[in-house]
Write a protein that binds this ligand. Structure first.
Ligand SMILES: Nc1ncnc2c1ncn2[C@@H]1O[C@H](COP(=O)(O)OP(=O)(O)OP(=O)(O)O)[C@@H](O)[C@H]1O
Length: 264
């Protein structure tokens, strides 16, 4: 892998499930240290794109490069040490939160290593603490709330120590306190460790506030409608065209970022 290359390059991707592709001709580069949010109406293909970007779903055409290397030529563990994904639906194995989060360390296990090392356990503890769920460590995954499961899934991705984090609606089950915990933590990791992030967000105001760049999918056409800074993408004209809903666009009083309200 080449550290100077963009962390991820999507090159003319056509992706989907059946005969007709859900998404057509998607090309973009995610630079190192960039936070990108994929936005768009329900069913526009946000999850499909995220799954394709990490190699879970094979593109029907086009290619993906991670740090300049074709994803198909990389081993699963090499990909896992570089890219971590948190999906929208979280599997709930009957295990404790700490055992679940520890699974994120598997890509670092050596051949014939069957047990975690102290460094792995420390990493898990530290990450649970950072996300405010240290007290849940010994609880079973199926005995905690949906929001807490979401935090545990994010912790599992973070202990993978990825260079690129892919998040599918990371705040969907979270109250505003935990939305702030997650997104501020992601911003902190981005600033401190240059973590690159691509996240699907439904909340356009959170996308506007936390992402450097937005990719707005056009539901019907299966294409990118436009991409750019929040100021470029979150305009009355673009949002009303894509979402077919009247909106008001103002500025956040503190950050100055575009701020959106439904208009009737
Ligand atoms: N496993 C699947 N098999 C077949 N079609 C699928 C599958 N998953 C999704 N689709 C279809 O692909 C299209 C895009 O779905 P996708 O979940 O990527 O959209 P989305 O933008 O993430 O939606 P939402 O905002 O509702 O989560 C939809 O028409 C959906 O029905």
């Amino acid at each position: 892998m080449n550290d100077q290359a963009p962390i991820l390059t999507a090159d003319h991707l056509y992706c989907g499930y059946g005969k007709t592709p859900v998404l057509k001709n998607i090309s973009f580069e995610a630079q190192n240290g960039e936070i990108i949010s994929i936005i768009g109406p329900n069913g526009s293909g946000k999850t499909t794109l995220l799954k394709t970007l990490c190699g879970v779903l094979k593109p029907r055409q086009g290619n993906i490069f991670i740090k300049g290397e074709e994803i198909g030529k990389l081993s699963r563990s090499r990909i896992s040490r570089t890219v971590a994904r948190v999906s929208q639906t979280i599997d709930m194995p009957p295990m404790t939160v700490s055992a679940y989060v520890l699974m994120g360390r598997l890509p670092y296990f050596k051949r014939y290593q069957f047990f975690e090392r102290k460094a792995d356990v420390d990493k898990v503890k530290e990450t649970l603490g950072l996300l405010g769920i240290g007290h849940l460590a010994e609880k079973s995954m199926d005995a905690i709330s949906g929001g807490q499961q979401q935090l545990a899934a994010i912790a599992r991705a973070l202990v993978q120590e990825p260079d690129l984090l892919l998040l599918d609606e990371p705040t969907s089950h979270l109250d505003i306190t935990h939305q702030a915990v997650i997104l501020n933590q992601i911003r902190r990791l981005n600033r401190k460790f240059n973590l690159s992030v691509i996240m699907v967000l439904h909340d356009l105001n959170l996308a506007s506030e936390y992402a450097h760049r937005l990719i707005l999918l056009n539901g019907k056409a299966g294409e990118v409608f436009c991409t750019g800074s929040p100021e470029h993408v979150i305009t009355k004209e673009y949002i009303e065209t894509v979402y077919k809903t009247p909106v008001l666009v103002d500025q956040h009083p503190r950050s100055g970022k575009p701020f959106i309200l439904l208009d009737g």
